[in-house]
Ligand binder design. Structure first.
Ligand SMILES: *Cc1c(COP(=O)(O)O)cnc(C)c1O
Length: 379
């Protein structure tokens, strides 16, 4: 089946008891058992819930994985995946990731004996060089946030596979519609479903998609034992959002391409970071491993004052964190999404005070462009 057909149907057979076309919200904590030791596959909703199970089947199919497990947030999914490791294990992580990821790694997981090294993964040799005897996992994000650097997934998999390192990829920025990391040799894909998968800015959630049975068995155990599950109503919201993922992603991309071209010609804009622009340093790689460029970009205004002027005058592009919803969102990485880092770390990553990040929504593109024209007039 094609992607759109799977998005609408995979894991979502009409409800056998009523024929309901849409998977019901099974808002229940427990399930009556017919007799001792006999149940219909569900015992308690932390362990399993039919609405969550439908979402997990659906997302496993869309990412081309064997199984998926849904969590209370993207961070809960990432945290659960990291608990596949044990004290003394070493992880190679991305420099310039979503801020919450290194915050979890450094401020919490380090206390439990995990070790982390961060490298610029856009050069796979940096990953190879960081490997130690106790390295167990490479965690990637591509494109990176907010500078849209691309990592060659197949090249990194060639490094991790022979050494039996778990390759985990955060695919939140593109969604499976534009990138399927498992096809390039990743073992686990994680998402904040809060973003494109849900797509309507009305729920927080996360998922891990797995390609290997042994990882699934262990992570399923962790999901139940640690308990950071996605609730039935939130699972249902993601299921509903995913049905329109393909049409939304196409519109996000079409709008984003127009916005990136507009910004790249604007005299007040110093630089645009968008992988769909032919002058992006990794344009060829982006075309090789992605089937589209997505709706995220950032641009350099030159100074904090300029960025503030633009952010404060933008209206349709609402000032706020998060991304991937139908509405355009604009933010200031240095003081918002990347506030966790020190100024020195931000400088090294290239997250300047003048950088503005844009999640291009699916409003009429003329309205988005007019709003940016007005906002940039404030410089
Ligand atoms: C938002 C985000 C997360 C965290 O997800 P939450 O649902 O907010 O916990 C992780 N990775 C990326 C790339 C994100 O954008």
């Amino acid at each position: 089946m094609g992607f759109s057909t799977d998005a609408i149907h995979a894991g979502q057979e009409p409800d056998p008891s009523t024929g309901a076309v849409v998977v019901p919200i099974f808002q229940t904590s427990t399930y009556v058992q017919g007799e001792l030791g006999k149940h219909k596959g569900y015992e308690y909703s932390r362990t399993g819930n039919p609405t969550r199970a439908a979402l997990e089947r659906n997302l496993a199919v869309l990412e081309g994985g064997k199984h998926a497990l849904a969590f209370a947030s993207g961070m809960a999914a990432i945290n659960a995946v990291l608990t596949l490791l044990k004290a003394g294990d070493h992880v190679i992580g991305p420099e310039g990731a979503y801020g919450g990821t290194p915050r979890l790694f450094n401020a919490i997981l380090r206390n439990f004996g995990l070790e982390f090294t961060y490298v610029d993964t856009s050069d796979p040799q940096n990953v190879a060089k960081a490997i130690r005897l106790n390295t167990r996992m490479v965690f990637l994000e591509t494109p990176t946030n907010p500078l849209m650097k691309i990592t060659d997934l197949a090249a990194v998999a060639q490094i991790t596979r022979p050494r039996n390192l778990l390759l985990v990829v955060d695919n939140t920025f593109l969604s499976p519609y534009f990138q399927k990391p498992l096809q390039f040799g990743a073992d686990i894909v994680v998402h904040s479903t809060t973003k494109y998968l849900n797509g309507h800015s009305d729920g927080v959630g996360g998922v891990a998609v797995l390609s290997r049975e042994e990882d699934y068995t262990r992570l399923k155990f962790i999901q139940n034992a640690a308990g950071a599950i996605l609730g039935p109503f939130d699972s249902w919201l993601v299921l509903r959002g995913v049905k329109t993922l393909a049409v939304r992603m196409r519109q996000h991309e079409s709008n984003a391409l127009a916005v990136a071209l507009y910004l790249s010609k604007h005299p007040k804009v110093k630089k645009v970071f968008y992988p769909g622009l032919p002058d992006h340093p990794q344009y060829a790689l982006a075309r090789k491993q992605m089937t589209g460029f997505g709706g995220m970009m950032s641009f350099e205004t030159g100074s904090f004052e300029n960025a503030r002027a633009v952010l404060n005058r933008a209206r349709l592009c609402s000032l706020g964190e998060s991304l991937g919803g139908v509405e355009s969102l604009i933010c200031h990485p240095a003081t918002m999404t990347h506030a966790y880092f020190s100024e020195e770390e931000r400088q090294r990553m290239g997250v300047t005070q003048g950088l503005v990040r844009l999640s291009v929504g699916i409003e009429d593109v003329e309205d988005i462009l007019a709003d940016l024209e007005r906002a940039l007039g404030a410089i």
